[in-house]
Design a protein around this ligand. Structure first.
Ligand code: AMP
Length: 190
């Protein structure tokens, strides 16, 4: 199986690039942000809980997120692989993901980390707010908080994969096609 963690700060292009990777490699896309938003739309109990954190730009608690991710992974019978988009965002999540995949006799193949500097992220998120309809894109304070949470809690997850020799940094600046080509090249190199 090819199991990819697509990593990067908010606005780095994880969603856009995930679509390219799914098409090319036939992977199952699991975006925790998308799953939470679907639950909010469906007014589920999980959605109500997740919304109270997401609207402030905070992380949904680990145990809730891990349980949700586990049940999504278990929905699929003999998949070619997964692309994890927006997960793991903490070391506890990374550990839980390793355990979950180990039970399926597989593991993470690589973490591809899109690297984009902070000012560019803010420009992109502002632009995305005009089309996404996402509350957390529209409010500059919430954007600041998401970037702060990324730097403090999520960025250290890189070390977790670095220690396993699975970390690959990808320049996230340039055209969408150029960035996709960089990702394809990195995957061909595994
Ligand atoms: P995203 O669509 O990946 O930008 O995620 C939007 C929001 O959903 C985040 O700001 C968090 O509030 C929540 N979220 C998504 N994925 C996770 C995760 N792995 N752990 C905790 N919260 C998450």
């Amino acid at each position: 199986m090819l199991n990819i963690v697509l990593f990067g700060p908010p606005g780095a292009g994880k969603g856009t690039q995930s679509e390219r990777l799914i098409d090319k490699y036939g992977l199952i896309h699991l975006s925790t942000g998308d799953i939470f938003r679907a639950n909010i739309k469906g007014e589920t109990e999980l959605g109500v809980l997740a919304k109270s954190f997401m609207d402030k730009g905070q992380l949904v608690p680990d145990q809730v997120t891990i349980n949700m991710l586990r049940s999504e992974v278990e929905k699929h019978d003999s998949p070619k692989g997964f692309i994890f988009d927006g997960f793991p965002r903490t070391n506890a999540q990374a550990k839980a993901l390793d355990e979950l995949l180990e039970n399926l006799n597989t593991s993470i193949s690589v973490m591809l980390a899109l690297e984009v500097e902070e000012n560019e992220l803010k420009v992109r998120l502002k632009k995305r707010a005009e089309v996404s309809g996402r509350i957390d894109d529209a409010n500059p304070e919430v954007i600041e908080n998401r970037i702060r949470v990324y730097n403090q809690e999520t960025s250290p997850v890189k070390n977790y994969y670095q220690e396993q020799n699975k970390f690959v940094g990808i320049d996230g600046i340039g055209s969408i096609n150029d960035i996709t080509e960089r990702l394809f090249a990195a995957i061909n190199n595994i």
